[in-house]
Write a protein that binds this ligand. Sequence first.
Ligand SMILES: [Zn+2]
Length: 192
Amino acid sequence: MPLYCEDCMKLVDGAVCPRCRNRKLREVEPGDFCQVADVHYMQAEMLKELFRDNDIPCTERSALGAGITVNLGVNVGTVRLYVPYDRLDFAKELYDVYFNSPAAPEPEPERTLLIGHVYRHFKGGLYRVEDVAKHSETLEEYVVYRKLYGDRSLWIRPKAMFLSPVDKEKYPDAMQEYRFEPYDGEEPEKTE
Ligand SMILES: [Zn+2]
């Protein structure tokens, strides 16, 4: 059973909720409302109708939390939709069908880690991803990767961070969107 963050009403991969850093997670139960998607309120109306037509109970929150957004006038247009865990897969299928219509925006694809693949760091160095390891205390996943130059030493870094975008404020000139991106050229020769 996946773990569930009650505060965020969200299924969580790993031992810590990535949104609120909550560690008091529990196993999800069939009736727990889980986040399906963040959508524009116009799309939310259509999705809610689609869910209703398919007998899926649905609840919503504004993406910034109830109550405050209307007063601030910020991001009022975004709605977060939730359905019970036992209807989540079906709801996601309906969501996909709806959003794959040509008029809808593309959801951002989730990045997958390619084990054994060479990645290029945004500062230029090449590294090979050796494997993924779990931290014994937090259960957080770490990427184990080898430097393909210099001392060819072995490094670890949290997987979420490994796959994350470059901080464009800190590095405005970075040529890559992500900190590490798959590299399709030849793996460099060992030079001693
Ligand atoms: Zn949370």
